[in-house]
Write a protein that binds this ligand. Structure first.
Ligand code: 6PG
Length: 243
């Protein structure tokens, strides 16, 4: 779990947690941009973030010319594929907000295989962050029912001391798209902070194991950014017995 502070904000519904996370991001973006030229936001995939992205797109006051979008992970499918994380972000956020095209840094998938995609994205991240100790200002992350985050699964080897920036991961059979491109834990942990979005009763056990037990078997437990981990969860996902 995080080196510094961990906060858990429980909302009654996914819509409510999305509003709370949107307000959190507005505040953090404003704060960072007081002393920095750019805000680097790493988007999560899956379905939980969709409502948050819609709310960000509706916000006419966000300084999009100074906000750069990255991804924590991607499925190795074309960006117009139904399972693409870029496709979901375009539908809910990018196509609905005045975000300059040069501020959007998707994980390349039109490459000569997943290894080339990982290499290309690592070069994008190194160009964006190599002169800094910090990578993303906020890494948005989800939590799988198996405790995975980004595309780092309990079965994924070599999670902790990974010298790479980006890696190819084969998702376990229970997941729909096998080949994934993912930021490594060290890159995620060089983020200023991590914001997890977790909703649904099916996430309750994983959330309990990560937040309450700090179960080292689950990759999400090893997300330890430079600053805080802020969890936005709904009532359905909140472990029973937690305050
Ligand atoms: C992905 C995500 C992944 C996701 C979790 C939760 O590419 O699928 O990065 O880590 O955040 O699987 O997904 P849901 O939000 O759909 O439950």
């Amino acid at each position: 779990m995080c080196k510094r502070s961990t906060t858990i904000r429980v909302s009654p519904t996914l819509d409510a947690l999305s509003h709370a996370a949107a307000q959190d991001l507005r505040t953090h973006i404003a704060s960072i941009l007081e002393t920095h030229d750019r805000y680097a936001l790493a988007l999560a995939g899956g379905s939980t973030p969709e409502r948050l992205y819609e709310l960000l797109a509706e916000d006419g006051n966000l300084p999009w010319t100074r906000i750069h979008l990255f991804w924590g992970d991607e499925r190795f499918v074309p960006h117009d594929h139904p399972q693409s994380n870029v496709r979901m972000a375009r539908r809910t956020l990018i196509d609905a907000a005045p975000i300059p095209a040069e501020n959007v840094h998707p994980i390349p998938v039109k490459t000569d295989g997943p290894g080339a995609a990982a290499k290309a994205y690592a070069e994008i991240l190194q160009e964006a962050f190599s002169s800094q100790q910090t990578t993303f200002d906020t890494a948005l992350l989800g939590l799988g029912a198996d405790g995975h985050t980004a595309s780092l699964f309990p079965e994924t080897d070599g999670l902790l001391d990974d010298y790479r920036w980006v890696r190819v991961v084969t998702a376990p059979d229970r997941h729909d798209v096998p080949t994934r491109i993912s930021c490594t834990l060290p890159v995620l942990n060089r983020s200023r902070r991590a914001v997890f979005l977790v909703a649904g009763e099916h996430k309750r056990e994983a959330l309990r194991r990560v937040v309450d037990e700090k179960d080292e078997f689950l990759p999400a437990t090893h997300v330890r950014p430079r600053g805080s981990c802020d969890w936005y969860v709904d009532e359905a996902a909140r472990p029973s017995g937690s305050p």
